[in-house]
Design a protein around this ligand. Sequence first.
Ligand SMILES: NC(=O)c1ccc[n+]([C@@H]2O[C@H](COP(=O)([O-])OP(=O)(O)OC[C@H]3O[C@@H](n4cnc5c(N)ncnc54)[C@H](O)[C@@H]3O)[C@@H](O)[C@H]2O)c1
Length: 359
Amino acid sequence: MSRYRVALIGTGGIVVSHLEAIAAHSDRLELVAAVDQNAARVEAVCAQAGIPRAYTDAEVMLAAERPDLVHILTPPATHFPLTLAALDAGAWVWCEKPLCRSLAEFDQIDAAEQRTGRYVSTVFQWRFGSAVEHLRKLAGEHLLGRPLVAVCQTLWHRDAAYYAVPWRGKFATETGGPTATLGIHLMDLLLWLWGEWEEVQATVATLDRPIQVEDVSMALVRFESGALGSIVNSALSPRQESYLRLDYQQATVEVQALYRYTNANWRLTPLASVEEALTSAWRTIPCDRMGSHEAQLGALLDAMERNERPPVSGLEARRILEFIASLYKSAWSGQPVQRGSIAPGDPFYASMRGEPDDD
Ligand SMILES: NC(=O)c1ccc[n+]([C@@H]2O[C@H](COP(=O)([O-])OP(=O)(O)OC[C@H]3O[C@@H](n4cnc5c(N)ncnc54)[C@H](O)[C@@H]3O)[C@@H](O)[C@H]2O)c1
């Protein structure tokens, strides 16, 4: 087994989750360096976490360290240039969500993957808990019947102090509101579990925060299977909750949590006619693994070992970006938007709000 040299770019709020994940895989990873434009911050993180070298410039770090893997934990608008720089320096990339600002940027990342032979994976830790893995297994074995009705609600609360951070609240730097940065986790999970979506109709509003982006969005999604889903993404909800409810023909499957879940956050309610069989099938979950950065990093390292495309990359990462671009296009045009309809030349291909992001 190889021990890869890993470096962090960005040492702000989310760095703690990445440090924990790297520590959990220390037999496979050597954390060699961290970068942040804020010198005091990166030096403090390096001192605390025992990281040998601190940098304030990502290009300088990449040239000096030549890491095998780079974690990008900077604000959303910086992900695209940093991802390209890391790929060109020969590294694999694990980038925080949202991966980039537009489908146009995503397609350039895709081209850079092909040019460099390295891969880029987006952080979507909710895909990696044992309950989700088990649910996919049961659904794959057709034990639950067809998916029919979904409720996908990210009801979080983000106050004025949160949006006072300069990169937040603006399309150019955050790429969107709770749709693009908060509800993205649960929507990604829904779309991943239920197969391709076909059409979205949405509305967005800025009701109570002094920000350019929305603070609430609501959407209806129709899947290729015919199933329907209702989505709410809110930054305005004092009692916070992430709630996903999946009604299949034979059972309702729900998760109620906030940022992370264990098996205990999930519940299966079968029809009486299949209660015994489904309840015992659900109880065969082989372990209790949290949907966490640690779990996803393990899967990424497995893919590096095999030199094959990692989870949440390529089309598996593009789906949620296309969905969000389509949700915004629907909200601003007042029209339903079909999957595959936003192509080069469409203003929503180049920007989530259909206008240049240069402010
Ligand atoms: N997966 C999750 O659950 C989760 C949770 C929170 C945040 N995030 C994501 O993590 C990313 C960072 O969020 P955060 O809350 O840590 O932000 P933050 O503002 O706390 O930290 C960002 C850091 O990046 C640094 N930075 C900015 N531009 C840089 C550059 N070009 N080079 C080097 N350093 C640079 C800043 O100085 C800052 O220290 C965002 O994309 C966010 O959406 C993900």
